[in-house]
Design a binder for this molecule. Structure first.
Ligand SMILES: [Zn+2]
Length: 130
């Protein structure tokens, strides 16, 4: 490689540089290095810029709710389309789900039974109080 470049990089590390955002002249270590060069914004200004960019990109709650509604509608339509193509699909999925639940219960049977007893006791207790 070119030794001159290495030397100039070493020198660059000791240099001072003016931030193009806050216009302060700072030490090289106050700037992030990007692509082998010092960033044009100092670390503080870079962090602030990233924070603002993140806030701009993040959708507001109303936009998120709208996206969720659109997504739910799209999924419902997709399920309806698949059901038309293959009417047995839902029943197969239901059987697979129930088999999965049975396997899960079989693996965790003691825990399942004790939780079931807790829930039953809570239901009965609630009934007595009412
Ligand atoms: Zn700055």
């Amino acid at each position: 490689m070119h030794p001159d470049r290495t030397r100039s990089r070493d020198r660059a590390r000791l240099e001072r540089k003016q931030c193009s955002a806050c216009a302060e002249t700072k030490r090289a270590e106050d700037f992030y290095v990007s692509g082998g060069r010092l960033s044009s914004y100092c670390k503080n200004c870079q962090r602030e810029a990233s924070r603002l960019a993140y806030r701009r990109r993040r959708p507001d709650p109303a936009a998120r709710a709208h996206m969720r509604t659109v997504d739910q509608l799209r999924k419902r339509q997709e399920r309806a389309r698949l059901a038309r193509l293959d009417p047995e699909r839902d029943r197969r999925a239901d059987r697979a789900r129930r088999a999965a639940v049975r396997r899960l219960i079989a693996v965790h049977e003691p825990e399942y039974l004790s939780r079931l007893q807790q829930e039953l006791a809570a239901l009965l207790g609630g009934g007595r109080d009412a």
